[in-house]
Design a protein around this ligand. Structure first.
Ligand SMILES: [Zn+2]
Length: 411
């Protein structure tokens, strides 16, 4: 576990475990991903059901708290780490002779599950890369428990004496719900809060929704929660702190959104927008927006995709020649790959790593004789960059790239 993904003693995305008791009958099991357990006289609701391999742990922790039946399992959203411990919760209910819990989710969750099942090998591959999952461990869920009850925009569930108000908003996903418990002044917000710059514009994943995420945070703050339970990381306590936290992040998202809109209106193309957007100090120094998972650069990528197609402004790139052909032409012009390889080494030595990568890519794309040397140097540079990269996603992409290159070089 790198320090970079930690916040004080509360690491994100680790095996760290703690059960928090936050309000009367409101508990949060903090693990790699959090699970909220809400108890009333009649029974239990679980908000977010974790990863498949966390299912047994969730049941064990639940049963150390209460023997009451689980009446509802609510998916905060349909991501792999939020909806897939469910089979173990169902098995536990059956074993105890309890009625089968009702599975509640937003109406877009079944469509997401269908998509995941159609693209399972692809999902396996990208998630293995994003999270550095070893080859011998499954990288994506294969058992899908679809919802029994569908939430359109909002819905209220009476859990005995506790009211569960479910609200939909788009943000990290199109199927996101957050839960408001008025009697406990508690908001369970799933991945609307992850103690990092929001995970918008994830390099591998489908479109996410910046302005709507900001609006959702403003709505959550508008309820003045005393407790906010996030999808990852520690709970937030105290309405002043929660309001400040939510509004800081929503301001940051609106700030990036406005810049992208302005620059598009001024006639700028994505490359220039990605080079020139600003991330004010108020945000870069905020404990709520550290680029340890999501990254402001990725957010701008998400915004470009929200407002713009994939065209980069250069008609040469509309129907481009194969990279290999272009690279061979350039290498022929500079009379050989040796000079390019040599220059790459010099650039790398000067710490201009990114530029060195682009030169090495010419050799690699051209499939030339010095391919293996270029591959080895590129892998080394990527590992070097990974060491200094705060974003877990970016770091893992660099390391995945290095691993793939080394594998190719060995063959
Ligand atoms: Zn998520």
């Amino acid at each position: 576990m790198s320090e970079n993904t930690s916040l004080g003693s509360r690491p994100l995305f680790s095996g760290y475990e703690e059960m928090h008791h936050l309000a009367d009958g409101v508990h949060m099991l903090q693990m790699w991903v959090n699970v909220c357990i809400i108890e009333s006289r009649e029974g239990v609701a679980i908000f977010d059901a974790g990863l498949p391999f966390l299912g047994p742990r969730i049941v064990e922790e639940l049963r150390s708290l209460t023997d009451k039946p689980v009446l509802y399992v609510i998916y905060g959203h349909g991501h792999a780490d939020h909806a897939f411990g469910t089979p173990f919760i169902l098995q536990d209910a059956e074993k105890r002779g309890h009625p089968r819990p009702s599975i509640v989710a937003h109406k877009a969750v079944p469509r997401r599950f269908d998509r995941y099942r159609r693209t399972l090998p692809y999902q396996e591959r990208i998630n293995r890369a994003q999270f550095q999952i070893p080859e011998n461990v499954p990288a994506f869920p294969w058992e899908y428990v679809y919802p029994d009850e569908i939430v359109q925009e909002e819905s209220t569930i009476k859990l005995g004496d506790v009211t569960l108000e479910l609200r939909h908003a788009r943000g990290e996903t199109d199927d996101h719900l957050w839960l408001w418990i008025p009697e406990r002044r508690t908001a369970c917000v799933s991945d609307f809060w992850i103690w990092s710059c929001p995970n918008l514009g994830n390099p591998f994943k489908v479109q996410r929704y910046t302005l709507e995420w900001a609006e959702a945070l403003e709505e959550i703050a508008g309820h003045a929660p005393e407790v906010m339970l996030p999808g990852h990381g520690s709970p937030l306590v105290g309405s002043g702190k929660i309001t400040e936290a939510c509004l800081t992040v929503s301001r940051a998202l609106r700030c990036l959104d406005q810049q992208v809109v302005n620059m598009l209106n001024e006639g700028k193309w994505p490359e220039e927008i990605l080079r020139s957007f600003r991330w004010p100090e108020e945000f870069s120094s905020s404990p709520y927006l550290a680029p340890i998972y999501g990254h402001p650069y990725f957010v701008v990528q998400a915004l470009l995709r929200e407002y713009h197609g994939w065209y980069d402004g250069n008609p040469s790139h509309l129907f481009p020649s194969p990279e290999a052909e272009v690279a061979r032409e350039i290498l022929a012009l500079v009379e050989g790959e040796e000079r390019v390889l040599e220059r790459s080494r010099i650039l790398a030595g000067e710490g201009r790593l990114q530029l060195a990568l682009h030169l090495l890519d010419l050799i690699l794309a051209a499939g030339s004789r010095r391919r293996n040397e270029a591959g080895e140097l590129k892998a080394e540079i990527l590992e070097n960059m990974a060491e200094k990269e705060p974003s877990l996603i970016a770091r893992n992409i660099l390391l995945f790239g290095a691993r793939e290159l080394r594998r190719e070089v060995e063959v």
